[in-house]
Structure formats: structure tokens, C-alpha cells
Design a protein around this ligand. Sequence first.
Ligand code: GLN
Length: 570
Amino acid sequence: MTVSQQSNSNAPAERQGPPCKFIFVTGGVVSSLGKGIAAASIANLLESRGLRVTLQKMDPYLNVDPGTMSPFQHGEVFVTDDGAETDLDLGHYERFTHAKLTQANNWTSGRIYEKILTKERRGDYLGKTVQVIPHVTNEIKASIQRVATPDVDVALIEIGGTVGDIESLPFLEAIRQMRHEMGRDNTAFVHVTLVPYIAAAGELKTKPTQHSVKELRSIGIQPDLLVCRTEGDISRDIREKIALFCDVAGDAVVAAADVDSVYKVPVKFAEQQVDEILLHHLRIDAQPRRLEPWLEMLDRLDHPDYTVTIGIVGKYVDYEDSYKSLKESLLHGGLAHRVRVEVRWVEAESITPAEAHQQLASLDGILVPGGFGNRGIDGMLEAIRYARESKIPYFGICLGMQTMVIEFVRNVCGIADAHSTEFEPAAKNRVFFKLRELKGVEDLGGTMRLGSWPCVLKPGTLAHDCYGEDKIDERHRHRYEFNREFDEPIQSKGMVISGETPDHTYVEICELPDHPWYLGCQFHPEFKSKPLEPHPLFASFVGAASQRRAGRDSERKRSEEEQFLRAGNR
Ligand code: GLN
């Protein structure tokens, strides 16, 4: 092979056919308007028409990634297969589409600057002045172009923040330049804005939208489609007024009224031809929309047979965004059985041995999710003991698996001081620790086991039964590992190690056979569940919770009948 052939084989494959087109999604007026859901819903509709899509989130803040940001402030950290710690919007993107997302699909200003500063220190700029324009904007454009791989027809790029923020300006300038360079047919601007209802006046107000679009136009971006968030619908008059003042086509003013489930947004958009308008704008010929599976899923969502109650025992329960994917996965698990899952958030710190029964007995299933730090651990251990002894289905995820095993070692194996070195660095019986502690290597600070790892399942176990496969891949985000010195103690008392890495280094799943449903996994299955593909562990767990619910219902009925008969005999 010649040198030039070699370098060619490393170069990204040349694009065949038409160029990848871009849809840029910006937001105005206020934050939290659901730009991520809007982008994901458009992508969902385009995918339903046979197009291959990808999505990317640009976050204007200076943190290099959300990995070290507090879940209280920033919500969940979503993890991709390649181990990127990303914004939770990437979770929406994956749940609404089949796009394969990686580190390349989430950028922050911090990461863009980090790249530029590394180049500057290396001397790559040859002593030139390094500036926001062109250096930062070029780096942003290059990052956007990198997701336009040959297997993508349309890339949706969501710009975080609100138009008018100082920090999002370089991103807006970069996408303005892309329109200039690539032309109107290859780029579309979608602006998500707010049309508030002012109760005192009894009117919907268009002024905030007008101002937001004015702001956008002042930096050279003319939106092609406006997604107007409202409480209810928007009348024809108001749409026309917005269209006129904002200079967009009348049918390109789309109402995004509040809905009770985010999964309904694609349908609302379809009713207003959002996909049709964008495809026309981008001059793309696509198949007709195929929404049947999605509509079938919504039918299950809207017409559940009954409700099951799952208690999530954690420490961020006041901040539901910190468990976004988890909540969605439970909902998906419910879809698999046509049941509605009601989540009851239980603050771990509030659980005590004396009150556990009163706090937890009415639940159909108990789940301890992932988490970091000491707070609430005792309450979690108590909830787990209660679930084990009372035979309530229990699902432990990451920290919830670690606490599940610690509880077992303490209360079943009789080793009272068993712990994880995360919570008790000097623990004598360290059931979870960093493997490096064993090998005597210095603590590597932030090093986590991140992203997708293979796991081999033991035949004849609940885990194997759920997946119906011998080998799976799941995503990780944690530091502490099961100490294999405890294989024998736990197994001799009946706990089964049902999943481990192929090299037997890491324990990935543990379970108790003598229980309706009792399983903990070291990975985060919630990052891979989708409404159309509920994750097997969540589907099975909610199934077990439904059975408990059905069992309790028939028990209640029987005792009511008995009471009735007794009363009649008196
Ligand atoms: N704190 C635990 C660890 O780092 C669990 C992490 C998690 O639940 N994501 O291992």
C-alpha cells in the first residue's frame, strides 16, 4: 500500500449523493422552553420519513463537560456509548430517534476553548492573535461539520441558552456563517419562543416573540420556522400577526401547546406539517410519514389498564431532572405492559427502621438509583432490607446495586461493618472499592468507568431471562467496584452473580432467586431505554410490580368479600 493510499483510508469517507443539510434550533424569550424536545421531535418526524438524522447540542457555558456539574443545578448527566458525559438533552435525542450519539454530539464553550487554547500553547497559530472571530467560530463550525458524516441526511443542531445571552453569541455567529457559506437550501433556522397568556388582559401576547426574533435578526439570522410555546392553541389571527411582524411564512408559525407527555410533541408537529415545511425549505424529497408505531405507543400511554406505584429512594428526589432517563425508562417499562407507572419520590434520609413499613408497604416496587456521596445511604440500606424481607420487587441501579450487596453482606452474611470505601475509606470489610486501591496504585482522581462495557450473562438467571441473550453491552458511570473476595460469602447465602465482564474482572449484575424480583446492576440501563424499545430490565421490573399490584388487589377483594359474607351471616 502506498503512503497516499494509507492516508486516504484514514480520512473520513467521502460523502455520496446530496450534502448533509442542517437544521439549527435556537431559543428565545426564556429558557426551559423545550428546545431539546422540539429538536428531537423534528428529528423523529424526519426519521419516520426514511431520512437518516443526527442531533447535536451546543452548550454555551464554560464547564468543559457536564460530568462535574451538580445534578441539583444541571439535571442528569447523560452518558453515551463512547463514555461521553453529556447534557440531558442527548437523552431526549436518543429516545426519540435511532441516532447514534457520541462525544462529538455535545459541545460546550469550555470544550471549544480548551481545544483552541491547547492549539495556541502548541504553537499551531504561529503567533497570530487568537480571536473569537474567526478562531472560536471556525472551531464551532468544524465541530458542527464533524457530525455531518456520510450516513447522515439531516443534522439538527440545538444551540443552548437564549438569544440575547452574551455567551451564546459565538455559536449564533457560527451558524449565521454556515447559512452564508452553504446556502438557504442546505440550512434551516428554527426558533423556539414563548407566546404567553396574560390572564388580566385575557390575551395571548406576541410581543416577546417579536422582540426575540428582532434580536435574532440583529445578528443576521432570519428564522424560517417559529415554534411558539403556549398554554393552549394559537388562533389564526395571532399566527398571522406573528408571521407578519417576524417575516416568516404564515404556515411556518407553529403552536407548541403544553401536552401531558413529551412523546406527543412529534404528533402535534406532524398535524401542523412541521416536517413538510422543513423538507420543502431544504428541497428534500422524502417518503410519506410513517407514524403508526409511535401512535400505537401513545395509545398505550393514554389507555393504561391500571397504575402501579414505584418508589424511588434517592437523594436528589426534589430535583426530578436529576433522574430524567430513569423516570422515562419506568414509563417505557409500563408501556410494555400497558400500565401507568406512578413514581413516588422518597427522600432516602427520611427512612428509618421504625417507619420503613409505614413508608414503603404500599409500594409495588422499590428502586434505588445511581448517586454519589454519603448522604442518605443508611435510609437506602433500610429500604433495601425492607424490600428484601417483605418480598417487594427491588431494582438497584449502580449505587442501588452497591447498597443492595452491602445490605446483604451485613444482614444476611452477618458482617456488620461491611461498606464501600466511598463512604468509609478505612472500612475493614470493603465490599466495594476502587480496584486501584487493591493494586496499590495512586488514586487517579476523577477516573470513572464510563460508557459501554460488555457483560456476559449467566444462563438460568433472571438477568438472562430478561435479556434473552448471553452477552450484552450497557453504559457505566461509576468508580467503585465489587470486591471479588466477597464472591464466596454472598453466593453461599444465595445471592447470584448473574452478569460479569467477559474477563471476570467486574461484577455487573447480582440477584436473589428466592424473591419475586430482586436485582441490582452496576451499569445504567436507563440510558438505553426508548418508548418504542423499553429496556428489558425495566420492562421485567415493572411487570413484577404489576403482579404484586394484581396480587394485592385480589387479596383486598377476597378480604372485602369475606367481610361482606361475615356481616351477612351475623
Ligand atoms: N458512587 C458510586 C460509584 O462511584 C455509584 C455511582 C453511580 O451510582 N453512578 O461507584
